[in-house]
Design a protein around this ligand. Structure first.
Ligand SMILES: *[C@@H]1O[C@H](CO)[C@@H](O)[C@H](O)[C@H]1NC(C)=O
Ligand SMILES: *[C@@H]1O[C@H](CO)[C@@H](O)[C@H](O)[C@H]1NC(C)=O
Ligand SMILES: *[C@@H]1O[C@H](CO)[C@@H](O)[C@H](O)[C@H]1NC(C)=O
Ligand SMILES: *[C@@H]1O[C@H](CO)[C@@H](O)[C@H](O)[C@H]1NC(C)=O
Length: 329
């Protein structure tokens, strides 16, 4: 009895949550080339700044790709991740922000856009375009980015860690990961494809330390991880290390390729959420496909990024176009 009551409770909660993400991932009002008339040089300006930045600071590619994910998963892709708050109470001050860097690069892009076309290009669109351009800069796929998002004016520190609706944790299991994506209108395929973004970038040791030293609280290691890999990671990451970074895709973490999937299938996924992709028939099948001849990963990545870019967007006369990305107008 208690069980069925719980199920009903969860069902009701899901209905409420779907209500919260009102426009889900249908992307109504977005289109490729939204600024064609209002700011024809917009996309070229973004690409130019990003290619300049990537030539001197390539390590920002991972964090800048990740920024779009953080933005879209919390309150929809509305630039809420960029907002500052005088007393440190906005999203970017929430613990999962540890992996975010490059806010100043977004500001630099926006400044260049404001110079060319004041008050036209939203910060949410800047984040989406930058995610594509850093992918291209690391030799990944190019896709057409839908634009036309407007900026929100709410950003709360509690949202990213809110149970059930926050960002999925690096230690989430496959059930939780799939639920988190489904809540936003994204499929298991989107989950496994977008996880492939871990082909670039780094992770703090603290995000996988328990897998190396204290998995169940008994001083043990994660039995699902390759023991040789654990031994190697222990050399880099000592217990309670809050500063060291490890490559998510060692050997080619600056190149967008399919080697991430090779690692995960060899039980060398760095985060529990990477390893979890082996625990579902659909995501597992994709891992195998992605390392085979005729992999569709590059094409799929663009499709899933477009899907993600549609989550809970504000369009038309909703929201605003911020003048400065860190502040509402
Ligand atoms: C990230 O969040 C932590 C914990 O809330 C905070 O101390 C830190 O200042 C934040 N970092 C940035 C870059 O906002
Ligand atoms: C997945 O994680 C959730 C939340 O921590 C937990 O309730 C659930 O039992 C886990 N599922 C599996 C199959 O381990
Ligand atoms: C491992 O985790 C347990 C439970 O959280 C804790 O009591 C213990 O001190 C930890 N051991 C180490 C070596 O950190
Ligand atoms: C937030 O934006 C809405 C329009 O989307 C506007 O009505 C509201 O006044 C704004 N609130 C603040 C605090 O700027």
């Amino acid at each position: 009895m208690a069980g069925s009551k719980n199920l009903l409770g969860i069902f009701m909660l899901q209905i409420m949550l779907v209500g919260l993400f009102s426009s889900h991932a249908d992307g109504q009002g977005l289109k490729v080339g939204f600024y064609e008339k209002s700011c024809p040089q917009a996309e070229a300006i973004v690409s130019k700044v990003i290619s300049d930045v990537m030539s001197v600071a390539p390590s920002l590619s991972g964090p800048l790709l990740r920024m779009h994910f953080h933005d879209c998963f919390i309150r929809g892709c509305d630039g809420s991740v960029l907002l500052d708050s005088p007393n440190g109470q906005s999203e970017k001050f929430s613990p999962p922000n540890l992996s975010l860097r490059g806010f100043n690069i977004i500001d630099r892009v926006k400044l260049a856009l404001e110079k060319a076309c004041p008050d036209v290009v939203s910060c949410a669109d800047v984040v989406a375009l930058v995610a594509r351009d850093v992918t291209v800069a690391t030799k990944g796929p190019h896709w057409e980015v839908e634009t036309g998002r407007r900026d929100g004016n709410v950003s709360l520190i509690g949202d990213p860690i809110s149970p059930g609706t926050g960002l999925p944790s690096f230690s989430a299991n496959i059930t939780v990961l799939k639920q988190s994506f489904a809540l936003r209108g994204l499929s298991a395929k989107d989950l496994v494809v977008l996880s492939g973004g871990h082909t670039i970038g780094m992770s703090h040791c603290s995000s996988f330390e328990s897998r190396l030293y204290n998995f169940t609280g008994k001083g043990d290691t994660d039995p699902t991880m390759d023991p040789n890999y654990i031994a190697r990671l222990k050399l880099k990451c000592k217990p309670r290390d809050q500063t060291t970074l490890a490559e998510l895709d060692p050997g080619s973490f600056k190149t967008f390729d399919d080697s991430y999937y090779r690692l995960v299938t060899k039980r060398r996924g760095l985060l529990e959420s990477d390893a979890a992709l082996l625990n579902d028939p659909e995501t597992r099948a994709y891992l195998v496909q992605a390392i085979s001849h005729g992999s569709t990963f590059f094409k799929d990545f663009g499709v899933s990024m477009v899907n993600m870019g549609r989550i809970g967007v504000l369009t038309g006369s909703q929201g605003e176009v911020r003048k400065v990305c860190t502040k509402t107008n």
